[in-house]
Design a protein around this ligand. Structure first.
Ligand code: FES
Ligand SMILES: [Fe+2]
Length: 317
């Protein structure tokens, strides 16, 4: 396949998604890789295709003491540099291809083997300083192209339709929009209608969501959208991650952070917030997967310049 945005840094996982000594399969721009983390938190990544007879290494197993992966087909064993491990020692030559990673704290980035075109952003580290990481949610492979998926994150008019259920967003206004290269920042005011008791029972986070929400969105094109909101339990940061698995399939997940004045409320509502964010991803997924092929729009809505800005970055990459 033709690679999407070659040279872009992709955030392919948070360390908490990998487990310990568990092979984890990643698909990026049409290529499969196996990633694993050892007890020390070191990460290894190889092409998932075994160089012997092309079995998927991710179906194999990790040796904890040697930090190797064993192929499930004929049990050949490879170390983190792709060297065959035989008769108690490593061969000198690597025969399994490695994937170069950049690991920054708990975030695992890669350029997918391409020459870097832009640096790895440090936006999330900056924004989340003083926050506590509370988990990953909304992990999904969406059956839609990367551009359609990323545009949803820059689209300030889909709330009234896509997120009508549950969040009852009545209106959504962009109050400021600034850009600087691949960075963009939007301030948004969203007004909600009241939820019914049964909606609140199903999704308790709704009980403490304010009627008027003043949110800040910061973008680091193309991998990341950071949504910051005030809630009665404190500030929350919802980081939406996207990367292209294939031309028609896009991976997403959300990293959630909280800065709370009230540890008890945080404990009580943590899972509710993760579940609410998961619902947002499901609603966006349903919307994007159901679209017909893109055509020139015959009508414009307010605030769409934010979306056109992102489309331009994509087209002119
Ligand atoms: S295919 Fe992997 S060891 Fe043979
Ligand atoms: Fe959305």
């Amino acid at each position: 396949m033709k690679s999407i945005l070659p040279g872009a840094p992709w955030l392919i996982a948070h360390k908490s998604m990998l487990g310990i000594n568990q092979p984890h399969k990643i698909r990026l721009n049409g290529k499969d890789y196996v990633i694993w983390q050892n007890k020390q938190g070191e990460i290894a990544a190889l092409n998932n295709i075994c160089p012997h007879m092309q079995a998927p290494l991710s179906d194999g197993w990790i040796c904890e003491t040697r930090n190797t992966i064993t192929c499930p087909f004929h049990a050949l064993e490879f170390d983190s540099e792709g060297r065959l491990y035989r008769e108690g020692k490593e061969d000198n030559n690597a025969i399994a291809e490695t994937l170069e990673l950049v690991v920054k704290e708990d975030l695992i980035w890669t350029y997918g083997g391409f020459e870097p075109k832009i640096p790895i952003p440090d936006l999330l580290e900056k924004v989340s300083e003083g926050y506590e990481f509370i988990g990953v949610t909304g992990e999904k492979s969406i059956q839609a192209d990367f551009l359609s998926n990323i545009l949803v994150n820059y689209d300030y008019n889909h709330q009234n339709g896509t997120h009508k259920e549950l969040f009852r967003i009545e209106s959504c206004r962009v109050s400021s929009f600034e850009t600087n290269g691949y960075y963009a920042k939007v301030e948004q005011e969203a007004i909600r209608d009241k939820n019914s008791i049964s909606e609140i029972i199903k999704n308790p986070a709704l009980a403490i969501m304010p009627k008027v929400m003043n949110n800040i969105l910061e973008y680091s094109f193309p991998a990341m959208t950071i949504f910051q909101a005030q809630s009665p339990i404190g500030q929350i940061i919802q980081t939406h991650i996207l990367y292209p698995e294939t031309e028609k399939q896009t991976k997403t997940f959300i990293l959630m952070y909280v800065k709370s004045k009230n540890p008890l409320l945080k404990l009580l509502f943590k899972n509710a917030f993760l579940a609410a964010a998961n619902t947002v991803v499901e609603q966006d997924t349903t919307a994007v997967e159901s679209l017909y092929p893109r055509e020139k729009a015959k009508i414009r809505l307010p605030g769409e310049e934010v979306m056109f800005h992102a489309e331009k970055l994509y087209q002119e990459w």
